[in-house]
Write a protein that binds this ligand. Structure first.
Ligand code: CU
Length: 641
């Protein structure tokens, strides 16, 4: 009998009796039932005559976040009566106006549970239900406004940003649908984070072993989707986990149509909807996105925090708190590209509808991009990075930190030969470009069946061929072991120009935020801006500049604030993730923005008068701060001819 079926058999029985040989006294040892992963397609309970009846219990259950016969851990889980426990919890999905009646029992031995979110939306207060061990409570409420919500519980009396332990998967979706109108064929992802290290989420130096899951599963065991080219995809992302997740969509833009939290959800006005390929979903918030995958191949939607997609973020490493050395060894031994990743990653396959590829007749723009290492990089730490070959081969240990800005022309084919001069495999992702799947840079995944992008082995090369269809500000970076590689310097700005989007170095200023040396599960790389901790720039008062802000630090959510110590300047956003903003959104505003790893934004900024302005760049949780000093000179006198 296979291990998995043995567990299934046991789960059918409430408990088994195990004799303890050393004492000779038989004791009843409870074996928790197995939790099934909940793909959030089945509405829980019984809906009849506008009333939903649902009986829920909170129990201990065996959770298999990876393969069904892989490692498991006892977690707390919601269970609907008559079914197996589910992670995430059963989905409550009803039309607006529904009355919801829930009978809730706490079957955890000796633990009090506090349940949040079982109330009408929008919520005016956070109604909670407190259930001592063994207690049963009933609650009745109206569903309220349509939207994406959730319920969650804690047995450790924690708030969402600190709930990382056995109660970390006690979360379930609440979807309230419009009573009339078209049926939405959407899918819902509830994020969970299980960690042995509450310190790191509290802002201290991290030393976690943690796993992040979507609908209870970690990559590559998350659900994979098959779409036809041109399908419309509607996804709702619910984040009751302890960490923010900058969610990045490869190859396509998405529109965020709704954003909300546990208590309220708002449809964005049509004029407020903008294209993005990365958006931060903060703890306790939700988003509803829509996109049209119109190029075939294999693609990813994933968190851009390196720790949340790293192959070391596996359950075994949490359970056994394995040493960095042991984890690194396994990491290096694997090197299978796609299997080097784990965590918050959703894969999807887009099937072609037909041949309609029109090859460009323009001569390709050829670049030769070397990946090299230097013993003396940031702060004299070893660095890994890019260097462009122009003419003779550069020295083997020459590295540019950060990588050179690559300028490509919209509509003109690019042929980039990427040469790996490292001693380890790598791959390079052209972040944000709407290109074919094969050169997209996820080794072992990008491409189509029969033609998958290879890992770039040491001393080998890969030719990335693509034609950027849009002018804007993008990024290129390693897509493998990013805690090490991207943090160490494998990142750079990628600027696509056309006649409407020229790049004039006198006006266009790049602010590139990235790692300042290797990081890992225990070391957060400090932040660097344009490769230094002391960036500075001279500007002229009265001149309008275009700031190209790029956030590719893979271990942080970064806050930007421009002004003096006592005043906030004004700027005008004009593009996000390489896409121009609709004019309604290009309005002057206070110069403050939060950006997750993988986001780019462009702002127009006109310093009004001479003096010192500061672009403060930093992150609360990771504890680093880089002040970008802007020395503003008096306005140039305009001489009349
Ligand atoms: Cu994340």
């Amino acid at each position: 009998m296979k291990a998995s079926s043995a567990v299934l058999l046991l789960s059918a029985v409430a408990s088994v009796t195990a004799a303890l040989p050393h004492s000779g006294v038989p004791r009843t040892k409870s074996v928790p039932p197995r939790a099934t992963t909940n793909d959030n397609r089945r509405p829980a309970g019984t809906l009849r005559d506008g009333r939903l009846e649902l009986k829920l219990d909170i129990v201990n259950a065996l959770w298999f976040p990876e393969s069904e016969d892989g490692p498991s851990v006892v977690m707390q889980a919601f269970v609907e009566h008559g079914r197996a426990p589910e992670i995430p919890g059963p989905m409550i999905r009803v039309p607006e106006g529904t009355e919801i009646h829930i009978t809730l029992r706490n079957s955890l031995p000796d633990l009090e549970v506090v349940v949040h979110g079982l109330h009408t939306r929008p919520a005016t207060k956070d109604d909670v239900l407190t259930l001592p061990a063994g207690a049963t409570r009933e609650v009745t409420f109206l569903a309220g406004m349509p939207g994406t919500y959730f319920y969650w519980a804690t047995s450790s009396n924690q708030t969402i940003p600190y709930r990382v332990d056995k109660d970390s998967q006690l979360s379930g979706a609440i979807i309230v649908d419009q009573r009339t109108g078209p049926v939405t064929h959407d899918r819902i992802f509830v994020i969970g984070l299980y960690s042995d290290d509450p310190d790191s989420v509290a802002g201290g130096q991290p030393h976690p072993r943690e796993i992040v899951v979507a609908n209870g599963k970690s990559w590559p065991y998350t659900e994979q989707f098959i779409f036809n080219e041109g399908d419309t995809v509607s996804w709702r992302v619910i984040n009751p986990s302890a960490a923010p997740h900058p969610m990045h969509l490869h190859g396509f833009y998405f529109n965020t149509e709704r954003t909300g939290g546990e208590g309220a959800d708002t449809a964005l006005a049509l004029t407020a909807i903008a294209q993005a390929n990365t958006r931060v979903v903060l703890p306790g918030t939700t988003m509803a996105i829509r996109f049209v995958p119109d190029r075939p191949g294999n693609w990813l939607f994933h968190c851009h925090l390196a720790l949340h997609v790293d192959g070391k973020s596996k359950l075994q490493n949490v359970l056994h708190r394995r040493s960095m050395e042991a984890m690194e060894h396994e990491h290096i031994a694997m090197n299978h590209g796609v299997h080097e990743m784990a965590g918050l990653i959703i894969g999807f396959h887009v099937l072609p509808r037909g041949e309609h590829h029109v090859a460009s007749t323009l001569a390709p723009q050829r670049l030769r991009l070397l990946i090299q290492s230097s013993p003396n990089g940031y702060n004299h730490k070893p660095a890994i990075g890019f260097v462009l070959q122009r003419g003779a081969e550069p020295k083997k240990d020459s590295v540019m930190l950060p990588g050179p800005t690559l300028f490509l022309e919209r509509g003109r084919p690019a042929r980039i030969t990427v040469v790996n001069n490292l001693s380890v495999p790598t791959s390079v992702h052209w972040h944000g470009l709407e290109i074919e799947s094969y050169p997209d840079g996820v080794a072992g995944w990008s491409g189509m069946p029969g033609r998958l992008a290879p890992v770039i082995q040491p001393a080998d090369s890969f030719v990335a061929e693509f034609t950027p269809p849009r002018a804007g500000t993008f990024i290129y970076h390693s897509h493998m072991n990013e805690l090490m590689q991207t943090n160490s310097g494998m990142y750079g700005a990628l600027v696509v120009t056309d006649s409407a989007h020229p790049f004039d170095p006198r006006i266009d200023k790049i602010v590139l935020v990235g790692g300042g040396g290797p990081g890992n599960n225990e070391i957060r790389s400090t932040g660097m801006v344009n490769g230094t901790a002391f960036p500075r720039l001279e500007l002229d008062a009265g001149t309008t500049y275009r700031l190209h802000i790029i956030q590719i630090h893979p271990q942080g959510i970064v806050l930007f604030r421009l002004g003096t110590d006592t005043t906030v300047a004004k700027w005008t956003p004009v593009a996000k993730d390489g896409a121009d903003l609709p004019s309604e959104q290009s309005t002057p505003r206070a110069a403050f923005v939060m950006m997750g790893a993988g986001e780019t934004e462009e702002f127009l900024y006109t310093p009004e008068r001479a003096g010192l302005q500061k672009l403060n760049i930093g992150t609360r949780a990771a504890g680093w701060h880089v002040p970008f000093l802007l020395y503003v000179r008096p306005a140039k006198k305009v001489v009349a001819n």
